[in-house]
Structure formats: structure tokens, C-alpha cells
Design a protein around this ligand. Structure first.
Ligand SMILES: C[S@@+](CC[C@H](N)C(=O)[O-])C[C@H]1O[C@@H](n2cnc3c(N)ncnc32)[C@H](O)[C@@H]1O
Length: 195
């Protein structure tokens, strides 16, 4: 539970960093045009920055493991006078019925999950048939450029698990598009359609 203790310690700093770092905000906001349908689940919403930019337009649900991040997110939503159905819990056991979300959003979290297969299976399970998963995470640049590759290695050294996302997504029945959105190709957005 090393990561969880870290998030407990840094929740407030994380909140400020997301709000002031232009690069981080720009990456997260790339999700917004890809949200479809009425009911949206954000898994690992952290301090809720992204959610405050779309909770006015959708029926929003969210799951977050860390209690401190969760309470900062609640405060952020209240601050902009929005609400969402937020729960504390884990991606590995989502407390929702099968096939009820039109879009699942997951940003900068997947490589931190110890069991990627379980997490992916759960995110797929709760999607409607034809629903979409919009996932942003760190991975190697397709062209293996020097800077992007080193940046990815740094995340790996910090404890992130860099996975074969092609294998992961196709094994779970997704068609997907992989768009490199920054960090010299080390930040990827996967737009995934559930078959
Ligand atoms: C790097 S933060 C990303 C937060 C936010 N999505 C963003 O892009 O700023 C990773 C988040 O994943 C959460 N997390 C880690 N393991 C989790 C799990 N098993 N289930 C749900 N959330 C988890 C952490 O508590 C943390 O808030």
C-alpha cells in the first residue's frame, strides 16, 4: 500500500499541482471531447480536477481508493457547486452492475494498479456494449525517441508498471486508438470501444 500512503501525504499538494501545472491540465482536458452518452464513471478521480469540468453535463459516478484524495475532490466539486455520485473503493471490485456506463474515464492511474488485468476487466464489465473507455497513462513512445523513453523509464523507476497496452486492450475486447498527447510521446490517450 505504498502508493496509498503517499497519496494520503500529498493530497493537498497534488491538488494544487494539478490546478496550476498547465501541462497536466492540458493532458487531462484532452479527455473532454471524447466523453459520450449520459452516464459516466471516472475511476481513480484523485482530487476531482477533471470531473469539475464535465459534471455539469453528465450523470457522473466516481470511485477513488484514497480517503484524503476523495475528500479533496468532494470539496472541489462543492466549490464549483456541482455534485456527483462518488464512492471510496477500488477499481478491482467496482460496486456497479454490468453494462451501465456509456463512458469510463481513467487518467494517470492505470500504471499504478498492481493487477492491471483485474482493473481492465472491471472497467470493461461496467461499460455498455458499444461504450467507451478513455484512458490516459504513461507508456513508451512508438518511435522510442530518447527523451520520451527516458521519461517513461523514470516513471517505471518510481514504481509504475508499464504494460503492453495493445495486448491488454485487445485481450479485453476493445478496439482502440492510441494518441500520443505529450511528454515526447510518453503520455498516451487510449480511446477504446467495447465490442
Ligand atoms: C496519479 S493519481 C491520478 C488522479 C487523477 N485521475 C488525475 O489524473 O489527476 C492516481 C490515483 O489513483 C488512485 N488509485 C490507486 N489505486 C487505486 C485503486 N485500486 N482503485 C481506485 N483508485 C486507485 C490513487 O488514490 C490516486 O488518486
Amino acid at each position: 500500500m505504498g502508493f496509498d500512503q503517499t497519496y494520503t501525504r500529498i493530497a493537498k499538494i497534488y491538488d494544487i499541482a494539478v490546478k496550476v501545472l498547465p501541462i497536466w491540465k492540458t493532458w487531462l482536458k484532452r479527455v473532454l471531447p471524447h466523453i459520450r452518452g449520459r452516464r459516466v464513471l471516472e475511476v481513480s478521480f484523485g482530487t476531482g480536477y477533471l470531473m469539475t469540468h464535465y459534471a455539469d453535463r453528465f450523470d457522473v459516478y466516481g470511485i477513488e481508493l484514497n480517503a484524503r484524495m476523495f475528500s479533496v475532490a468532494m470539496k472541489n466539486l462543492r466549490h464549483v457547486r456541482l455534485s456527483a455520485n462518488l464512492q471510496q473503493g477500488t477499481v478491482e471490485d467496482l460496486p456497479y452492475e454490468d453494462g451501465i456506463f456509456d463512458t469510463v474515464v481513467n487518467t494517470m492511474a492505470f500504471s499504478g494498479y498492481p493487477d492491471g488485468t483485474k482493473a481492465m476487466a472491471e472497467m470493461r464489465r461496467v461499460l455498455t456494449s458499444g461504450g467507451r473507455l478513455v484512458l490516459i497513462d504513461i507508456n513508451y513512445p512508438a518511435d522510442r525517441n530518447w527523451v520520451g523513453t527516458r521519461l517513461t523509464r523514470c516513471w517505471q523507476l518510481a514504481g509504475d508498471i508499464i504494460r503492453d497496452m495493445h495486448q491488454m486492450l485487445t485481450a479485453h475486447g476493445f478496439d482502440y486508438e492510441d494518441i500520443e498527447i505529450g511528454g515526447f510521446g510518453s503520455v498516451h490517450m487510449y480511446i477504446c470501444h467495447r465490442n
